[in-house]
Ligand binder design. Structure first.
Ligand code: CUA
Length: 183
């Protein structure tokens, strides 16, 4: 190619490159925007801190308060502690087709969780409460593995989310729901 000497030619080339870059950026933003709305993907934006040293003594994450609870107004909240190397509780029942808020924290190191087949996916950082809101469409068991390397037992760290059809959904007098991993 002959060297470009003409000032106007040079400007045209620069303009062309600017258009290509603008086009690429537009495509990237469109992909992010469309996937956010259509697939309900959103970056975690919830910042809530907690003292990792006293998590189990806190009111919310005391052992008796962990698991699935239904408030008198019908709101479903799941509270989980992610610790080396288990999720507590290990079996998590949730009602099908209802909004569920999942709140997780860690007393030790960084863990992560995702619920297979759903958009629930976040890191669990000590000192913070991770919160995920989702609706479970189909009934059945979903695997919930830890997806952040947290030590030698990382690969053994998982829980089960059991999506229960509304007709079979039951809570006890305190509004707690439980399930058993062996069944
Ligand atoms: Cu917890 Cu990996």
């Amino acid at each position: 190619m002959a060297p470009i000497t003409n000032e106007q030619e040079l400007q045209k080339t620069e303009f062309r490159w600017a258009m290509i870059v603008t086009g690429a950026v537009t495509v990237l933003f469109a992909v992010i925007g469309i996937s956010s709305f259509v697939m309900a993907l959103h970056p975690p934006s919830h910042v809530e801190s907690i003292d990792p040293a006293t998590v189990s003594q806190s009111k919310e994450f005391a052992e008796s308060n962990l698991g699935t609870s239904v408030d008198p107004d019908g709101a479903v909240t799941v509270r989980i502690i992610a610790t080396q190397f288990a999720f507590v509780p290990r079996c998590i029942p949730v009602p099908q087709g209802k909004p569920v808020t999942i709140r997780v924290t860690s007393p030790d190191v960084i863990h992560g969780f995702l619920i297979a087949g759903t958009n629930a996916n976040t890191m669990v950082v000590p000192g913070y409460v991770a919160e995920v809101r989702t609706v479970f469409g189909t009934a059945g068991d979903h695997l919930m593995p830890c997806h952040e390397f947290c030590g030698l037992g990382h690969s053994e760290m998982w829980a089960l989310v059991r999506v229960v059809p509304q007709a079979q959904w039951q809570t006890d007098a305190d509004g707690k729901a439980r399930c058993d991993i062996s069944r």
